[in-house]
Design a protein. Sequence first.
Length: 295
Amino acid sequence: MKRLILASAFFLCLGAAAAPLPYQLDGTEVRDIHSASLKRDYQLLVALPESYGSSQRRYPVLFVTDANYAFPLARAIASRLARHAGMEEAIVVGLSYAKGDTPGYSRRRDYTPSTPRSQAYVSDMPGRAPAFGEAGAYGRFIASEVFPLIAAQYRADMRRKAFVGHSYGSLLGLEILLTKPATFEHYILGSPSLWFDRGVLFAREQAYAKAGRELPASVYFGIGGRETLAPGERRSRSEEEADMVADLKEFDAALKSRRYCGLRTQLEVFPGEDHASVFPLVFTHGLRAWLGKAR
């Protein structure tokens, strides 16, 4: 009996000593950043290429919104394509939500171009009213505060930067494209919520077209084939009645019709995919459209 008690105690101690550890992604770093302009705190999640430690060259940079979800996915896809498909390696930078905010609250405020005029939203943060319309300010934060930090800390080729967004994240990308297009050289935009605020970005694009003829950027649009309405369903500029595929085709056609100097766009619809499932395909194809084969 004494031996059984001792053995049980041994295995209990062994189990306590072998408590599970949190999983960490290899080759990644986390940097805190306080935005002086926004007066909020964020984090930058950085994934370095496999060859970073053995090379002195500079790498193109992918800036990925909705980092909680998209950063580990983008890191894995970029790494796999570089290792097995001849893709050029890149640094991946994930843009976190604001510290202290829920993801929904942070992204609605930071990624949207305006405050919606008609649709009612309920805040998911007790005691705080819903906040919208700060995409312009957040875009300036990326350019004036995030870019200098990345340029100072990493061998990043800041002449080769790509923006990666999905859904509301793509609204942010379009806001930057239609205000300061040269902020990024390439935009990977998945399933943009063009229904937002009664299609405000259609009006923004029309205003941009009246003001100038240059739009120096390449843009890759991707969307799921199931992000559409069934035959006979009513279409409108509202979340409930949005035909996101039709909206995106209309927006892309408008861009092409302007014949903007310096603009290149590509649009792909992925059959069988919906809003929740399409991002990995959008990112993979959008990355290939930009980096292609390794140089």
